[in-house]
Design a protein around this ligand. Structure first.
Ligand code: FAD
Length: 318
């Protein structure tokens, strides 16, 4: 299967763009803000809420950050105006984190302040291991300004994640708020688990450690061993759907399940029907082609998943 993924990735540049667009339309809301709003309006009836991502990352000059500042600002206005239950997801390198961390901080602080005024939560997506430290620092620095509507993502595959959870929970207490995922970037064995079984075990341990610390825990996985393990922990930590113990993101203990747009919708709908909060990650933007190719190159496993979803649609309904 891994070889198949690599073959698909190698063949991608040869595929006509309209075919790539057809495949991508399952996973990307469209190229502009209106597309994202109409996708969310269509999916609201399924009992889900959303986190919206403007596609793009790692700018080459700080001027490029202006585009993301404007787009996220319009996104916040649009979420409020349309009364949509949505967070925003931000890639810090799109705001200059790898060029000038202080400017990136100011940029993201401005966006987070505006989001806070509109009661919208901000999630800092976690990118590759070059920026793990600086992304966590950025979140903590914004929290130290007294702003609570921001949380970070940790990746189960990284060996450092257990100590990151303890450190962040030590500083923020029950106001710590995490998205936990396996991690899409294939990192070297010196700093990360590399086998499927180890990654699942480490991700499951991280989920338990977050819940045990009383943090808000957003479980971002489509994998049954991770979802079933999380479900089995809920009662232990008094987090079942009707529990009075459940708080809002960034404000105390709680949990939710997060899914990528277009992936395992039947499982998401089942969890929502059982009363669990479910959130869909909705990416949009003109850079959908470049972004998709880069993700596939970084992790050819994704190509295998996409191919499987096309050839065996019953295994992965939208
Ligand atoms: P897998 O074992 O990879 O997938 C389980 C099954 O889900 C597959 O068999 C397949 O049927 C289906 N599936 C999974 N992915 C796809 C896909 N792309 N297309 C089609 N089918 C698929 N990673 C980061 O490094 N940083 C982040 O900030 C980050 N944010 C995320 C936010 C959300 C809401 C989600 C759901 C994931 C995020 N990820 C992020 C990606 C994550 O780390 C994994 O790479 C990804 O979710 C695949 O892992 P999995 O746990 O779903 O398990």
């Amino acid at each position: 299967m891994a070889l198949l993924g690599r073959l698909v990735v190698a063949a991608m540049p040869l595929a006509p763009k309209f075919i790539v667009r057809m495949v991508a339309s399952r996973y990307v809301a469209g190229s502009n803000l209106e597309d994202a709003v109409s996708t969310m309006n269509n999916l609201s009836s399924e009992g889900a809420c959303f986190t919206v991502d403007v596609l793009g990352e790692e700018i080459r000059s700080l001027e490029e950050a202006e585009f993301f500042l404007n787009e996220y600002s319009m996104l916040i206005d649009s979420i409020s105006k349309n009364n949509i239950d949505a967070h925003i997801s931000i890639k810090p390198t799109a705001f200059g984190l790898l060029i000038d961390p202080e400017t990136a901080f100011q940029n993201i602080l401005n966006i987070t302040r505006k989001a806070s005024e509109n009661d919208i939560f901000v999630r800092l997506d976690m990118e590759d291991s070059r920026v793990t430290d600086s992304t966590i620092e950025l979140m903590l620095k914004i929290r130290s300004e007294g702003i609570d509507n921001i949380g970070v993502v940790l990746q189960g595959r990284l060996l450092r994640t257990t100590s990151d959870i303890l450190e962040i929970c030590g500083i923020l207490g029950p106001k710590a708020d995490f998205r936990i995922c396996k991690g899409i970037y294939l990192e070297p064995g010196e700093i990360a688990h590399t086998g499927y079984k180890e990654i699942v075990e480490a991700t499951n341990q991280a989920i338990e450690s977050m819940m045990a610390s009383g943090a808000y825990t957003a479980i971002a996985s489509h994998d049954y061993p991770v979802i079933n393990h999380s479900l089995s922990l809920l009662e232990k930590y008094d987090l079942f759907p009707d529990s009075e113990n459940i708080s809002f993101p960034g404000k105390g203990p709680g949990y939710e399940f997060q899914f990528l747009l277009g992936v395992r919708g039947d499982l998401r709908r089942k969890l929502a029907k059982e009363g669990h909060l479910t959130r869909i990650y909705v990416p949009y933007g003109s850079q959908w082609y470049e972004y998709g190719i880069r993700r596939l190159n970084e992790n050819p496993e994704v190509a295998t998943h996409v191919l499987k979803a096309i050839l065996l649609p019953w295994t992965n309904r939208r």
